[in-house]
Ligand binder design. Structure first.
Ligand SMILES: C[S@@+](CC[C@H](N)C(=O)[O-])C[C@H]1O[C@@H](n2cnc3c(N)ncnc32)[C@H](O)[C@@H]1O
Length: 504
């Protein structure tokens, strides 16, 4: 990492003054480092086949200042990564020091070979710029070896799918009505109302709205169509108590609050303490006053506890493989995708683990005594996470008085025909609809009787597991206050009683 010393007082005419960084230099310097940080995260996650946040959500997290430049750099570097790796290997210029910062080296090499060659301030930049000739001749040798004339031909070699899809924004009706949003957005874009989901607006692909004032002030949320169908499928009534079981980053939580017109209560439960902050930010941005953020393991919530015994609707959108949103997540740019590793043995194991958690979570959701509507959703295309999960809990659901209902009956794409009632299930297709989601809606018939042997409890969990979860949740609750909610945020929580963070 380059260091920039504070300006020293001049000690003589002979001393050369260190040039100050211009704004462009400063911006390029920091964008490259921010991009390297994001790149490290996605590449490490990809290498270990671990689910990490998508490139977009990493770039658009509050810690990244120069979002547009960082995003472009990460995407372009990933797109050129196979070439960059070959070039660096061919040039053989990296010592152990630079190998430890290899993501920064990738970014700078991209800029030197393919990007706009501007402002190479910084030690890593200087190191690579001095070896520009070696990099260029390694690239020339690579072209010869691959029998190609142009870089574009090399890039075609590593083809990327078409990811152009309309941009959707959901109007946050707690802050703005749909017609006003339409008028405002039409000043800049072609906008139309979505024909299926109320409050959803459709814009042309690639509209960059991240800096739009309506997005910045929480009047509209950038949310895909399928994702916006989930809370709408649950359709909670104003005044109900609703549980969002796996809530962060909170897009569906705040959608629920808007559908309930801010009346009643949404309990937003989230296990991951890093993601709690993101959830709380989303809630604050939405202006919703009826959301309680709760840091806990959903599986450890006791449905008989008074805070949950009145819950009428549950939205269960658990961790999943995300396989339906790989294009949106830009996962096609990752090395494992290019190498066709998505269906390897590790992946099968991962899907089995995810499905096991999903079944437990759905089983648990069925135990809430007053729940009459439950939505189970994923952004996965895999049967094992979707129809198989639903099929496995159907008998238990029936014993609790639940049956499958049909969300958005006018939607043509339904579940895979592998269980009775598949036509009630809803799927969106990653190619046709540009994202692959799955939604199942359970509703409890009026007057249905709960079998006494299946009274609401956590009996599907072993005792050890229940105790472990309870202890974990208590421990984490102790951590969250000092670490996450300092300063301004704490003041906000205490000064505005409209949404609370609850610690079990
Ligand atoms: C697919 S994301 C939810 C996305 C969210 N519904 C939205 O639309 O913004 C799943 C979330 O569930 C959380 N999670 C996983 N296991 C959990 C558990 N046992 N209890 C509560 N939250 C959990 C994950 O940390 C993750 O934030």
């Amino acid at each position: 990492m380059a260091r920039f010393k504070a300006k020293q007082p001049s000690s003589g005419a002979a001393e050369k003054k260190k040039p100050r960084m211009s704004n462009a230099e400063r911006s390029a310097y920091f964008s490259r480092r921010e991009a390297a940080k994001v790149l490290r995260s996605v590449l490490q996650g990809d290498a270990h086949r671990r689910a990490v946040a998508s490139i977009k959500s990493l770039v658009y997290s509050p810690s990244i200042k120069n979002k547009k430049a960082t995003f472009a750099l990460v995407c372009q570097t990933l797109k050129h990564l196979p070439i960059i790796k070959d070039v660096l290997e061919g040039a053989n210029i990296l010592n152990s020091r630079w190998k430890r910062q290899v993501e920064l080296v990738y970014i700078i090499t991209y800029d030197i070979l393919f990007g706009q060659e501007i402002s190479f301030v910084g030690e890593a930049e200087k190191f690579l710029l001095q070896r520009k000739a070696s990099l260029q001749s390694a690239l020339a040798r690579l072209l010869v070896r691959k029998k190609m004339k142009r870089i574009e031909d090399l890039l075609d070699h590593y083809q990327t799918p078409d990811v152009s899809k309309p941009r959707y924004v959901r109007v946050n009706t707690l802050k703005l009505d749909v017609d006003s949003a339409l008028i405002e957005l039409r000043k800049q874009y072609m906008v139309e109302k979505d024909d299926l989901v109320p409050d959803l607006l459709k814009l042309p692909p690639k509209c960059d709205l991240h800096d739009h004032p309506l997005v910045m002030n929480g009047s509209v949320f950038m949310q895909g169509k399928a994702s916006s169908m989930v809370a709408a499928a649950l359709d909670p009534e104003p005044g109900w108590e609703v549980l969002d079981a796996c809530a962060a980053p909170g897009n569906k939580t705040v959608h629920l609050a808007a559908l309930m017109r801010g009346k009643g209560k949404v309990i937003a439960c989230e296990l991951n303490k890093e993601r709690i902050k993101r959830l709380a930010d989303t809630v604050r941005l939405s202006g919703a006053c009826n959301i309680e953020v709760f840091h806990s393991d959903f599986l450890s919530l006791d449905p008989k506890d008074p805070p949950y015994s009145k819950v009428r609707a549950i939205l269960l959108d658990p961790s999943c493989s995300g396989s339906g949103t790989v294009a949106e997540r830009l996962d096609h740019l990752l090395p494992s995708h290019a190498a066709g590793l998505s269906a390897n043995v590790d992946e099968t194991e991962r899907l089995t683990k995810l499905a096991s958690f999903q079944k437990k979570a759905l089983t648990h959701a069925l135990c809430f005594p007053q729940a009459e509507r439950i939505v189970y959703s994923t952004c996965s295309i895999h049967q094992i996470e979707n129809e198989d999960v639903v099929k496995s809990i159907l008998p238990l659901a029936a014993s609790h008085g639940f049956r499958l209902a049909t969300p958005f009956p006018q939607w043509h794409r339904r579940g895979l025909p592998v269980l009775e009632g598949f036509e009630h299930l809803l799927r969106t297709d990653p190619v046709e609809d540009k994202e692959g989601f799955f939604i199942a809606l359970f509703i409890k018939e009026e007057g249905s009787v709960i079998h006494p042997s299946l009274s609401p409890d956590s009996s599907h969990l072993s005792r050890v597991e229940r105790t472990k979860r309870k202890n974990l949740s208590k421990k984490e609750a102790r951590i969250i206050m000092p670490t996450l909610f300092g300063g301004m945020f704490k003041m906000f929580l205490y000064s505005k009683p409209c949404f609370r963070v609850n610690l079990k």
